[in-house]
Design a protein. Sequence first.
Length: 113
Amino acid sequence: VQLQASGGGLVQAGGSLRLSCAASGIGFSIYDMRWYRQAPGNKRELVADITSGSITNYADSVWGRFTISRDNAKNTVYLQMNSLKPEDTAVYYCAAFRTTTYWGQGTLVTVSS
């Protein structure tokens, strides 16, 4: 199983980024897909989740600014991040969940003030 995240980078506050996570080795369409983030010194936190039926859920801290989506034909999940804030700075991880969780490598997002 491989989950390859990309799209991180440096952006100014108020800007936007789109993260992508391409999955292989799993039946992508039946998995819930999640984005987590971990800032230095903090615990990893769930940012957004999209079920196999495309129902979405968001952390309160990103609600209205971030959008999670999936393309089952491309085995890819996305996280569109708008109105970024310095407190969004973290390593972002994608994960695939069904009965177990598979993790991708992280991609660093840095938001400058």
